[in-house]
Design a protein around this ligand. Structure first.
Ligand code: LLP
Length: 386
């Protein structure tokens, strides 16, 4: 629960806004950093989860690299002080312009998702007179046991080089004079809480690494992607993900030689719990079958519930609210029935003007906001500036 002292400081602020608890962010980053460093692992933060300036700068200060999925993300990472030598560029559809930009900035590696992309990068690198570092994204066909919209590592997904193409890919690579193969890349999905999924991933990584080595191709970097989930149900009891347990799986099950590096692309686990969407109750509607709380925030500010039926904990943080719970459907103002943050949510009796916190919204929240209905640009507040 966001405490009433902090809630009181929101009283004069215009809602809705994202509230970032910079202390939670710092502690989360520190825990991940310690657990990774202990094992010699490299973490690239997936900017797609949140590219808010202060969040990015905190990630950069701790020493993580950046995992980008657009030319603009690469640019943003560089502007925020990330060393290009610590930036990876992934994505199934990189444009020539984006590839050229990344080549000019000598990034650490492109995660390549098809043979055609490999050929395009080779051609552009030759034009730019540079060598492009590349990691091949292999689709490991591992079920992430997560929402189907955020599963990426199955044969039916659009991501990665299909296994059947890898033989051809290895021979194309030999002809690409402007490409240096640095490693292999995998990513099976997001919000994964079942650690056995990562164990299965390790088995596949070992297999593919051996496959390449048997063909005389040395692999320096094993990039196992991101995907570690967080506890949306209990953000206060379980604020910091168990990075020790997560990294330990890879430490135990990933076979590697002393010179082989293990890279991760974590997004959600690093930033989700530090962010909260704060909004006000505009109206309380007691319908025939339902009680509705209509908020001034909607799917335009936080799209996850509408898009993935995602659960976010909802709290009434106004001191004035009584503590007798009533079930409300908590909805936004957007003209879409899917604009609903939660159904039958038990909350204290709530009234117009009460502040509502939607928790664990630091990842894929602000970055997925839209201007649909010509909504205002999203605002944000940092805890250290309150
Ligand atoms: N690496 C790759 C190749 C990815 O596609 C992703 C996320 C990540 C790393 C970071 O994954 P994370 O550690 O954050 O799970 N908008 C959705 C999540 C989409 C994830 C896309 N890829 C959501 O709100 O749940």
């Amino acid at each position: 629960m966001i405490n009433t002292g902090i809630a009181a400081k929101f009283a004069e602020k215009e809602t809705p806004f994202y509230y970032y608890d910079m202390d939670v962010l710092a502690k989360t980053l520190e825990a991940a950093h310690v657990a990774a460093q202990k094992r010699g692992f490299h973490v690239h933060y997936a900017l797609k989860a949140n590219f808010n300036d202060a969040v990015l700068k905190a990630v950069q200060r701790i020493g993580f690299g950046a995992d980008c999925v657009s030319g603009n993300e690469v640019k943003k990472a560089i502007e925020c002080g990330f060393d290009p030598q610590n930036i990876t560029f992934a994505g199934v559809g990189k444009s020539d312009k984006e590839i050229s930009y990344a080549l000019d900035h000598h990034i650490f590696a492109f995660n390549v998702e098809s043979i055609q992309e490999l050929e395009v990068i080779n051609e552009l690198a030759s034009k730019h007179g540079v060598k492009a570092n590349v990691a091949l994204r292999i689709n490991p066909n591992v079920d992430a046991h997560t929402h189907h919209y955020i599963t990426t590592g199955l044969d039916e997904n659009k991501f990665g080089i299909p296994n059947a193409d890898l033989e051809k890919c290895a021979s194309v690579l030999k002809k690409c004079d402007f490409i240096e193969l640095v490693g292999l890349h995998f990513h099976v999905g997001s919000q994964i809480t079942d650690m056995t999924v990562f164990k299965s991933l390790c088995v596949k990584v070992n297999e593919w690494k051996n496959w390449f080595e048997e063909r005389g191709t040395q692999i320096r970097v094993l990039n196992v992607g991101g995907g570690l989930g967080i506890d949306y149900k209990n953000p206060d009891g379980n604020t910091i993900p168990d990075f020790e347990a997560y990294f330990d799986i890879f430490d135990r099950f990933l076979e590697r030689k002393p010179n082989q590096e293990v890279h991760f692309e974590l997004g959600r686990a690093l930033v989700a719990q530090c962010g909260n969407l704060i909004s006000r109750v505009l109206y309380v509607k007691n319908g025939v079958k339902k009680n509705f709380l209509v908020l001034d925030a909607g799917m335009t500010e936080l799209m996850r519930p509408a898009l993935y039926q995602a659960y976010h904990k909802i709290e009434n943080i106004s001191a004035a609210a009584s503590d007798e719970p009533i079930n409300y459907d908590v909805v936004g103002p957007i003209c879409e029935s899917s604009d609903c943050f939660g159904k039958e949510v038990p909350l204290p009796v709530s009234k117009r003007g009460d502040l509502i916190a939607i928790r664990s919204a630091g990842a894929y929240g602000e970055v997925m906001a839209s201007r649909y209905n010509l909504r205002e640009e999203i605002r944000f507040v940092y805890s250290d500036q309150l």
